[in-house]
Design a protein around this ligand. Structure first.
Ligand code: SAM
Ligand code: SF4
Length: 328
């Protein structure tokens, strides 16, 4: 079992399968000048399956596939089918921008994907294009409708930004009026791939909640033990909503997550720079036991919370890398 020195049990791995993406959300990636990893630097699917088995034997039973955009990587559907069959992995979840998968929803349902988090920051096509720098709203909205009509549990992730989409909060909330989905409002983090650009559009949990309660009466829902969101329901709505304090970091105390970047670096916290290359260890011929030891050792160095993790970074390397290279 993977426990850190604060006694937190880690049963959840977030696996970023690529750093590439077909969108360019401005809070995640610069518009130009991105240098992608080459194929050899990425973990292969075989390596990822081996890693999943190793983590599973240490008590990890939940994996989220993220990126970059997972579905730009060819062979993703076959990989997901194989991952679901890894012994001990009870739940495979996916986070996607949804622009490439409308035609695959039936397949994802059939193989047993537990849930999909769909990233969507507005219901306005022009604002969508301004935020993502690509005109893909119709494709993403079609995916959302297909997901709603499927049996896959669906959450919508909206990064909330002051001058970009604050007024979209209420229309986005309406998605849950007659649909059994959860709309989650995420505080923007500084991971935009540009060390010179902070998150100037920053809004926090309280501001988001105050805005919602100025229009709706809501009830607090019970949060699951390691939930990153504080969850609520607008009274009378079928769906729910959550707020993820990703920047104010009030949720770190019960963190159960580990992250693997597309090149196979293990990160114990989103805000940490600590990098342990499981890829290099594997490629150097290490045994499963040696890799397990490395994971356990890395976990003992996990900071209590994201503020401490961030403060331990080199001052020359602030927390500004693109979220697509960490996996969100
Ligand atoms: N491409 C997929 C997608 O967009 O859903 C998966 C990868 S994306 C990096 C994972 C999540 O991180 C998305 O929900 C996205 O909105 C969120 N994200 C990206 N950059 C962020 C930032 N700077 N602050 C907060 N959330 C961010
Ligand atoms: Fe791509 Fe997701 Fe980053 Fe947007 S948030 S640029 S969709 S990886």
């Amino acid at each position: 079992m993977l426990r850190d020195k604060f006694g937190r049990r880690h049963n959840y791995l977030r696996l970023a399968v690529t750093d590439r993406c077909n969108l360019r959300c401005f809070y995640c990636m610069p518009e130009v000048g991105i240098s992608y990893l080459n194929r050899k630097e990425l973990l292969s699917y075989e390596e990822m399956l081996r890693i999943a088995e190793i983590f599973s034997s240490e008590g990890v039973n939940k994996i989220r596939i993220t990126g970059g955009e997972p579905f730009v990587r060819s062979g993703m559907n076959d990989f997901l089918r194989n991952l679901i069959q890894v012994k001990g992995i009870d739940e495979v979840h996916v986070t996607t921008n949804g622009s490439l998968i409308s035609q695959h929803i039936g397949f994802l349902e059939e193989i047993g994907i537990k849930s999909i988090n769909l990233s969507l920051d507005t219901l306005d096509r022009e604002r969508f294009a301004a935020i993502t720098r690509r005109d893909k709203f119709p494709e993403v909205f079609k995916t959302l409708q297909d997901l709603i009509n499927s049996s896959i549990e669906t959450k919508v992730n909206m990064v909330v930004m002051k001058n970009k989409n604050f007024n979209d909060i209420l229309p986005m909330l309406e998605l849950g009026k007659d649909n059994p989905i959860s709309v989650r409002f995420i505080e923007e983090m500084p991971f935009n791939g540009d060390p010179n650009q902070g998150n100037g559009e920053y809004l926090n949990l309280t501001q988001i909640l105050d805005y919602i309660t100025s229009e709706h009466s809501i009830s607090k829902l019970k949060d699951s033990p390691s939930s990153t969101s504080l969850n609520y329901q607008v009274n009378g709505f079928e769906g729910s909503f959550g707020i993820i304090p990703a920047y104010t970091r009030t949720i770190c105390g019960s963190c159960n997550r580990l992250r693997l970047t597309p090149q196979g670096d293990l990160r114990t916290c989103l805000y940490s720079q600590g990098k342990v290359s499981l890829r290099d260890t594997m490629r150097n011929g290490s045994s499963d036991e040696e890799i397990t030891d490395l994971i356990r050792k890395a976990l003992t160095g996990k900071a209590r919370n994201g503020f401490i993790a961030e403060s331990l970074r080199d001052s020359s390397n602030p927390a500004h890398e693109s979220m697509a290279t960490i996996g969100g």
